[in-house]
Ligand binder design. Structure first.
Ligand SMILES: *[C@@H]1O[C@H](CO)[C@@H](O)[C@H](O)[C@H]1NC(C)=O
Ligand SMILES: *[C@@H]1O[C@H](CO)[C@@H](O)[C@H](O)[C@H]1NC(C)=O
Length: 267
């Protein structure tokens, strides 16, 4: 080696020596990559040095050698290519599907969307990291509802610990109370009963008293929901309005109570 150097020295002269001894300056930065380890701190690299590149966080090698060598002041060409890390599809899930937000690359997330009638249980979303998908995915279980809404002065049946998706419950008001609202509720896709529960209200209409008239037939007090009575005017009076009225949910007679007015004699 020494002999070769001496020969080169004598035949090529001074230029050859400087070229051979020349250090390399810091190699150009590649796309989405950087020098590995402490080399990143150096600005001058002796002849013959080999340095290694590594892809930046979130990127992975798409092939090519990550090493270059300094020879006579210049670096060999770099083969390494870095592409954004892609975690690929998550895989099969039961009773649902995966939604990628927005894709399967580094930093993206994967969310489990359960089929109708199913709910995600446990786990959370996945994030694409350097080592692949991170996190634990929930499982899609059949939707269940618990504890139906309690209605004052009313009850529901059947009474169970849990109800499956689409199961229905039926509300009944206790005697003397009237239901305002839905009779049936069902266990909906979000695990709650729908629609709103009914209310049980005590409907009581006042005695249907009118001036110059009285009750002629119909229900007896107390006047509950849908009680119907018929009124009549005293002799010499004529009725304006409906003779028959019904007790409504709001505790009012419907249509309103009639009026009795004195008959007018046209002579
Ligand atoms: C090359 O680098 C080495 C070590 O960094 C240094 O000692 C030497 O003086 C440098 N040579 C030239 C010609 O710059
Ligand atoms: C019955 O329910 C409806 C809807 O919630 C409500 O608007 C109405 O006031 C209720 N009626 C009575 C008499 O409570």
């Amino acid at each position: 080696m020494a002999i070769t150097a001496v020969l080169l020295l004598s035949s090529l002269g001074f230029l050859a020596i400087t070229a051979q001894a020349q250090n390399c300056s810091r190699p150009p930065k590649g796309e989405n990559m950087d020098l590995k380890g402490n080399d990143i701190l150096l600005t001058s690299f002796p002849d013959g040095t080999t340095v290694t590149f590594a892809c930046n966080t979130g990127y992975e090698s798409a092939g090519g050698s990550p090493r270059i060598t300094c020879t006579a002041g210049s670096w060999s060409s770099l083969g390494l290519k870095c592409q954004r890390k892609n975690c690929g599809p998550v895989g099969e899930v039961e009773n649902g599907h995966i939604e990628y937000r927005p894709g399967t690359e580094f930093g993206d997330t994967a969310v489990l969307i359960c089929d109708i009638g199913h709910m995600p249980v446990g786990g959370g979303k996945l994030t694409c990291g350097t080592q692949g998908w991170m996190g634990r995915l929930p499982v899609c279980e059949v939707t269940q509802c618990e504890s139906p809404p309690v209605v004052q002065d009313g009850s529901f049946s059947p009474n169970r610990e849990v109800y499956d998706y689409k199961d229905t419950i039926v509300y009944t008001c206790k005697s003397g109370y009237t239901r305002n609202g839905s009779r049936q509720l069902h266990c909906s896709d979000d695990g709650t009963f729908k629609p709103e529960p009914p209310k049980c209200i005590k409907v009581e209409c006042e005695d249907p008293e009118i001036s110059f008239g009285q009750l002629s037939s119909g229900a007896r007090p107390p006047y509950g929901y849908l009680s119907t009575v018929t009124l009549q005017c005293n002799a010499g009076y004529t009725m304006i309005g409906s003779a028959t009225v019904m007790c409504e949910l709001n505790g009012q007679w419907s249509p309103g109570l009639p009026q009795c007015i004195r008959k007018i004699w046209i002579s």
